[in-house]
Write a protein that binds this ligand. Structure first.
Ligand code: HEC
Ligand code: HEC
Length: 260
């Protein structure tokens, strides 16, 4: 889950509000579907306004799991209405926020919701598998095989939308999971370490370094700590991975997820 400093959040909302009025007019359609910038803003807004009840991963605490709505056939506009009006007679509040912010939250929820990714009928799954093994498995595990720099992808196609999976490859830094934030450390002896933050508290930080080793450091050992906004996953743009091969890999991941 995305965590942003409140000031940063405000700035994002502001930047967002500059563009939003242009697109928000067709009221029944979500203007932000698949728009990664809006999804990111929506995620931040969700974290600030909804996560206390619905959970940081939207899977529910005192309030229902919101990741199953689309699989159940609910449409964006219905979710928008519920969020705007609240649920009378329950603690689910109405929301006075501008419509564009609510649509961004809906776009975010849709992006993390459980909707089956469809295999492109022309996808070559065998090629998808061999590409995955040569390009991705250094960092990602599938069925217990592969690296651990990035998340296990055995079930990823069952829990992420196609838009989000595509953007995870084309633009990995747009949304980075909470346990995969990039950090660069300089230790007191000058050693430089980069990796993803696995946990941290007031005294120490635990990271998975780029050699894929888990390492813990006392903050007193650390001279410099820079939180980077770039993902450690390489960008697979159209030059690095054709649209066709992207679909081959997606097809392979759907196949794997279905078998799991
Ligand atoms: C104070 C706690 C609380 C907060 C904050 C909250 N919700 Fe809810 N929400 C609930 C509860 C409780 C329900 C279930 C209401 C019922 O049906 O009885 C609910 C229901 C919903 C539903 C309908 C789910 C369904 O299965 O029908 C949606 C969608 C939703 N909330 C979205 C949001 C969003 C988006 C936010 C932030 C803008 C938010 N909620 C903030 C408590 C909360
Ligand atoms: C150098 C390591 C590395 C390589 C190679 C790599 N990834 Fe990643 N990947 C990561 C890291 C780290 C993350 C978590 C941070 C993020 O989301 O960007 C990630 C995240 C992802 C996610 C998002 C997972 C989620 O929870 O939403 C997907 C999907 C993904 N990678 C697919 C791929 C595919 C497909 C390939 C090969 C074409 C690939 N990755 C190659 C490191 C890598």
């Amino acid at each position: 889950m995305l965590r942003l400093h409140p000031l940063c959040l405000r700035l994002l909302c502001f930047i967002f509000s500059l563009f939003a009025p242009i697109v928000v007019s067709a009221q029944n359609a979500n203007p932000f579907i698949g728009d990664i910038g809006s999804i990111r803003v929506g995620g931040a807004l969700f974290g600030a306004r909804c996560a206390t009840c619905h959970g940081a991963d939207a899977k529910g605490i005192v309030a229902p799991d919101l990741t199953q709505l689309w699989a159940a056939g609910v449409e964006d506009y219905r979710v928008f209405q519920i969020v705007k009006e609240g649920v009378p007679g329950s603690i689910m509040p109405s929301s006075p926020a501008p419509d564009n912010e609510l649509w961004a939250i809906v776009a975010y929820l849709r992006s993390i919701s459980t909707v089956a990714v469809e295999i492109d009928p022309n996808a070559d799954l065998a090629r998808g598998e061999s590409l995955f093994k040569s390009e991705c498995a250094t960092c990602h595990r599938v069925n217990g095989q592969g690296g651990s720099m990035g998340p296990d992808l055995s079930r990823i196609a069952a829990i992420r939308s196609q838009d989000l999976l595509t953007s995870a490859m084309r633009d990995p830094s747009a949304l980075i999971g909470s346990r995969y934030k990039t950090v660069a450390l300089v230790l007191n002896d000058g050693t430089e370490v980069r990796g993803t933050i696995k946990s941290e508290d007031a005294f120490s930080i635990q990271i998975m370094n780029t050699e894929q080793q888990l390492r813990a450091y006392r903050l007193s050992q650390v001279r410099e700590l820079v939180r980077e906004t770039q993902s450690l996953m390489p960008v697979y743009d159209a030059g690095a991975l054709s649209e066709e091969d992207l679909h081959n890999i997606l097809g392979y991941l759907v196949n794997v997820a279905t078998a799991n």
